[in-house]
Design a protein around this ligand. Structure first.
Ligand code: ZN
Length: 152
């Protein structure tokens, strides 16, 4: 039996407001998902006859829990079975909170990088203007000396 599961990036944010802490966008429903094996040496074949790969779920129900999935992202196989055992209730509460914190820090870091990039560009412009002003100063002194020589 094949189950479907949707996964999202660890760092994707919900489409709702930034203050919304629900991960409902990531929710999927599986009543009794199979646990295939937690042995790293286990090989699992998906429905489309390819070796399944281990992926990580970032849903509210299974945050950080690994599962077997089809290696082909365009395939309809999707979820095959769980790699890890079911998660404890405490983990289901703690991990999404940590993920939200990571996402906020990532966003803040991206904003800082963007601002740093803007400041760097502004600094380049100022340096170019300073160089131009130096040339104007040198040319004006040369002009002044030439005019002075003509007058004398
Ligand atoms: Zn497949």
């Amino acid at each position: 039996m094949v189950h479907k599961e949707t996964t999202t990036s660890l760092f994707s944010s919900p489409a709702t407001s930034p203050n919304c802490h629900s991960l409902s966008d990531f929710i999927f429903s599986i009543d009794h998902p199979p646990v295939i094996s937690s042995s790293p040496s286990t090989m699992v074949m998906c429905v489309c006859r390819k070796w399944a790969i281990v992926r990580t779920s970032w849903t509210d129900n299974n945050p950080g829990r690994r599962f077997w999935g089809c290696p082909d992202p365009n395939s309809s196989c999707g979820f095959i079975g769980w790699y890890d055992e079911p998660m404890c209730a405490r983990s289901k509460v703690i991990i999404p909170g940590l993920l939200r914190t990571i996402n906020k820090l990532r966003k803040a870091m991206d904003d800082i990088k963007e601002q740093a990039s803007k400041h760097e560009k502004a600094m380049e412009k100022i340096k170019e203007q300073a160089t131009m002003l130096k040339y104007y100063l040198v040319y004006s002194w040369i002009f002044f000396v030439v005019v002075l020589l003509f007058l004398l």
